[in-house]
Design a protein around this ligand. Structure first.
Ligand code: ADP
Length: 198
């Protein structure tokens, strides 16, 4: 089974492309979704996060206040790394488990939707690395307009990630999403053919 890494800076449209690939019938392992699942009420990862970042992050219903955790964790490089040190090993293990399940199910390929694929050097473990590329200013605009982040928060999150030139240098395929949404379809169609030929 081939592993296809799909990545892009925050706000690039990576999730949009992942949905399109899922619609094409590919199994998508979504690292962000796993990151949420490992912090469900009562999980050991959530307990550790609460110990480090504050017990008040967990509401009476046991749910994590993700927005507040993001504010605290992304406040500095050190605190970001602290959070990553707790969550990344758990995300990695669950991702591997899902790859194995896809292989067991006889999938020809699996898509790994992973924002930090290049930041963490995981692209080297993929058979194909796909980067969704959008200029930083446009990404910030989309995060503000469509996700309701304020500009400073959007820029801070962009700054926490690997820079665009490093990410693009790791790409086997670049999907250019600077244009309108309907410009994605032909690029995704070409990508689908490429994946099938792996
Ligand atoms: P990511 O997963 O890379 O953070 P998303 O796929 O969530 O990014 O896209 C960020 C936002 O921008 C979403 O609201 C999405 O609908 C929107 N978006 C994606 N591609 C385009 C595009 N080409 N033009 C305008 N908006 C877009």
């Amino acid at each position: 089974m081939k592993k296809v890494g799909l990545t892009g800076g925050i706000g690039s449209g990576k999730s949009t492309v992942a949905r399109m690939l899922a619609d094409e019938g590919f199994v998508v392992v979504d690292a962000d979704q796993i990151a949420r699942e490992i912090m469900e009420p009562g999980s050991p990862v959530l307990e550790e996060v609460a110990e480090v970042f504050g017990a008040d992050l967990i509401g009476e219903d046991g749910q994590l206040d993700r927005a507040e955790l993001a504010r605290r964790a992304f406040a500095s490089k050190e605190s970001t790394e602290r959070l990553n040190g707790i969550t990344h090993p758990a995300i990695r293990a669950e991702s591997e488990r899902r790859f194995a399940a896809a292989e067991q199910a006889g999938e020809q390929a699996v898509i790994y939707d992973m924002p930090l694929l290049v930041d963490l050097g995981l692209h080297t473990t993929m058979d194909l690395t796909v980067v969704v590329g959008v200029d930083v200013d446009e990404r910030v605009r989309r995060l503000v307009d469509k996700r309701g982040l304020d500009v400073a928060d959007a820029r801070a999150r962009v700054a926490q990630q690997v820079d665009d030139s490093t990410r693009l240098a790791a790409a086997d395929v670049v999907i250019d999403n600077n244009g309108p949404l309907d410009a994605l379809a032909p690029q995704v169609a070409a990508l689908v053919e490429k994946i099938k030929d792996l």
